[in-house]
Design a protein around this ligand. Sequence first.
Ligand code: DGJ
Length: 734
Amino acid sequence: MAIHFIEAQSLFLLQAGASSYAIKLTEHGVPLHLYWGPAIATPGPGLELLRLGERAFSPTLAGAATGVSLDTLPQEFPSYGNSDFRQPALEVYQPQTGSRILALRYVSHRIDAGKPALAGLPATFAENPSDADTLTLVLEDKLLGLRVELLYTVFAHHPVITRSARIVNADAAPLELRRALSVSVDFNTSFSAYKFIQLSGAWARERDTHVSSLRPGIQSVDSHRGTSSHQQNPFFALAECGAHEEHGAVYGFNLVYSGNFLAQVELDQFAESRAQLGINPFDFSWQLGAGDTFQTPEAVLVFSPEGLGGMSRALHRFYRRHLLPVAWRDRPRPILVNNWEATYFNFTADKLEAIASAGAELGVELFVLDDGWFGKRDNDLSSLGDWVVDRKKLPNGLENLAQRIKACGVEFGLWFEPEMVSPDSDLYRAHPDWCIHVPSRPRTEGRNQLILDFSRTEVREEIYQRIARILRETPITYVKWDMNRHFTEVGSAALPAARQQETAHRFVLGLYEIMGRFTRDFPHILFEGCSGGGGRFDPGILAYMPQIWTSDDSDAIMRLRIQYGTSLAYPFSTIAAHVSAVPNHQVGRVTPFRTRGDVAFTGAFGYELDLGALSDAEKAEVKRQTAFYKQVRPLLLSGDLYRLKSPFDSQETAWMIVAADASEALVTHVTVLAEPNAPYRYLKLRGLDPKKTYRVRLDGNETVIAGDVLLHSGLHVPSAGADFISRQWHLSAV
Ligand code: DGJ
């Protein structure tokens, strides 16, 4: 067991990989947060020191000795109204009395092998009970009859703890949840000794890395767009000052959730930081009738003493094993060509076949037909929801097209946007109240579309049947699941007035239900998540879909920043990246074909251009790329990522992927703007075995270099001589 209860001290010690987490119960039953950091073998003297003693304006907890104030004590699941003035994890309103006061006290606990599934929500999992242990800490507010079960799972081989809360109304009187976060951790951070790291951006500029010093008060990122969003990501890290890519203590937080979230840190008067993550309380409430249970999404907590790089590698390894769908997590992902940027809505079956056939000749394995194949969709003005092939464009139907594509020698994949409806569609005309809306208010459109109310079973059922029929009738091995607008006029025609603020969360629960159903019923299909590019790149989606279209911006230089930021939390194998045409459709930049390929070499590689229209030299390069990708694909799927140079620091970006046994590595370096008479450049590599010798291949040349030389002296980077030049070295141990 990796969880110990030391009764004499009322203390829980959780051992997660090489890290420890400690919880202490006060004599009044308040669970306090004692410690989280490098492993502590046994709770020795000192660990029990609590922040006690009288402080001005910190009231004493009712019934406790003077100086015991929740205003100063670090807590596990704080609430409002009895001496803690910081942000609570849980807020409850009792309509009968008007009370908002909540005092949760320990009742009991359980320690079990394994990890329970979370009702209705995706979560990380332990296939074998010996992989993980779970502590359930049961707290209660006796006056309200409210029970809270705090779930902590520790994984034996990962420095990871997952947390969530199950909230049960054990009383006959109804309650209203106004805030139900997944996790709250009180740190002793001392003023400005920690940095807050967030992934923020916009459409086509997702997940830039932003670092700021903590300052007294609340700093937060959130989404109330209905999805996790392009603008923010349900991830943040706290890094001790001076921590860098490869050293220093870093604490990472990530929410397994795809809807509205809140991530925040409150630095208080005594330099304690309260870090919290969960469903966004903004425009959220939940009616908890007698006997009802509310399960919060799961938060993943990771500790790394080895900087941001260590944190990322720990999260990547963990997600690859304990989050991604089991059937796909280790499976080679096909090299695909997607027709979107090659044709947009304007295609014929012959044109599609020509792209697929060119792809097959060049080593591509899958052709994906994107938007525009259904209804009468010649632009984005209509037809979402009408999942019936457009016979004007594809007169012989989808199945015939799929057979023609397969006859070229590649598999067939198809685009859907299941959550959406166009006002100009038969579906909408038949069911105008099936979308998210507020009666008698105008319905705001985004990309000329509305969002289907997936909180409703009958809506999900209809969409499931329409899409499942196509998946059954057509030989499809891949689906791109898109989602192209955010929520407005949030409300559901199926919910009573008091439950309207449940709409957004109920939508997400409905989404997970239908994603679970599709992925279970069609296990041979590889599902790729997408939301106008990377607008929903989060662990909730990854629990169903092992890869996500990272951004609609496929420019190799913009991708340096987008993929760097994304890699802070998410494994390389999940980052879908394509080579697209130049001038690039999003930024107009012209980059070498080679650079576009080198940057797109992640675990989910492909093309997004007309392969039939390439020059002979470009075709030869595609052949080289696909052959090489197939060779290094297992490494890209399973290797450890080391970020060597950040695109946010200079004109150079570099990263490497290293096999777990250090026998192979792929190193990539990109120069953005070249400079004349440039300094000599060396890349100090990471993750290699200093005792091994490596064969180093670059552009057909091979040298042999000792591992310790590569680690400590470095690998020479030839001068770029032009803008946007990449180099890619393939290393194998001799
Ligand atoms: C947004 C996606 O991110 C694109 O790749 C493409 O599929 C379009 N939608 C199609 O409408």
